[in-house]
Design a protein around this ligand. Sequence first.
Ligand SMILES: [Zn+2]
Length: 91
Amino acid sequence: MGVTVFATLPPAKAMTRSIMRNSQKCSKCQSTDIMRIPGDIRGEGGGNNIVVGWTFYSAVRVTRYLCGTCGFSEEWIDAADDIAKLKKKYG
Ligand SMILES: [Zn+2]
């Protein structure tokens, strides 16, 4: 009963920041032509990822948000699991 609370939603303060991933708007030119390019894990090191272990199975996917107007890009680790992996190694 009642209102469902989504615990994963960022606090209101974070939403007001100019971050492409959240706003779907370029933080440089304000264009809304934003592409989301998923991280790709390949054996030859050609993918967009961070390797946290000895094999590419332990790599972390980096998602890139690219502005189609000015070319500005931001990179984000989308999975909470992957952030945890990086924290373990570098934190
Ligand atoms: Zn832009």
